[in-house]
Write a protein that binds this ligand. Structure first.
Ligand code: ADP
Ligand code: MG
Length: 211
């Protein structure tokens, strides 16, 4: 089970992780975009952080909805609407819930993928955040189907997200700003896939109790 309190703790920890990784994410974006991905993500999640004290009595759907609205209203660039839609889509299946079963967590991961696709229309291999999120969701489902616990499945998801993130390096970008570079976008790791990996890794660490 993943509790509402763990979700709030994850968001708090994630705000710190994105603060620590602001320069790294922006450097990745400087190579193939406009160098603002770390700034965008940090700005959005510091805003989320200020909302957390007001969310003490909200269910998980309400928490995700607030995160979504906060990101959409405070983050410019592609990543605001993309992460905003990701959280919005996942809020829909978990309304009224104060904890998530491993199966429900799988539904959340699936909804993240659907939200990103709905908003950005990327395909797998387009060198976007989808290349981390989609393999993560698949690995999670596969692990559960093979009898893994929720925590073990999350570990598999993080490993798949990390591999997916690294696999973006040779890819030529087909979506977003990086696609303007064409072939020159290859040999660089996608910033959005990297922030998505960090998001999943922080979730797994929070749930495992070792942030
Ligand atoms: P911007 O490109 O507007 O400056 P950011 O730098 O914050 O926005 O985010 C860039 C990241 O957004 C990319 O690394 C990529 O992962 C992601 N991205 C861009 N376009 C799409 C899309 N259509 N679908 C999914 N992800 C996308
Ligand atoms: Mg950018």
């Amino acid at each position: 089970m993943i509790t509402r309190e763990q979700i709030l703790q994850w968001l708090e920890t994630l705000a710190g992780v994105l603060e620590d990784n602001q320069d790294y994410l922006s450097e990745l974006d400087a190579a193939i975009g406009d160098g603002d991905h770390g700034i965008n993500m940090n700005r959005g999640f510091q805003k989320v952080r200020t909302q957390l004290p007001n969310l003490g009595d909200r269910d998980i759907g309400g928490i995700f909805k607030t995160v979504s609205m906060t990101l959409i209203s405070s983050v410019g660039g592609a990543s605001g609407p993309l992460y905003g839609t990701l959280f919005l889509r996942s809020s829909m299946g978990v309304g009224g819930k104060s904890e998530l079963t491993p199966e429900e967590m799988g539904g959340v991961l699936q909804a993240w993928v659907e939200g990103v696709v709905q908003r950005g229309k990327a395909n797998l291999g387009d060198k976007t955040m989808l290349d981390a999120l989609s393999p993560a969701s698949d690995a999670y489902q596969q692990a559960l189907a093979q009898g893994a616990s929720g925590i073990e499945a999350l570990q598999q998801a993080v490993a798949a997200a990390e591999a997916g993130m690294k696999n973006t390096i040779p890819l030529v970008a087909k979506k977003g700003r990086a696609s303007y570079l064409g072939e020159r976008s290859a040999q660089h790791q996608d910033p959005g896939a990297t922030s998505s990996y960090l998001m999943l890794k922080t979730l797994q660490e929070t749930v495992a109790g070792s942030p």
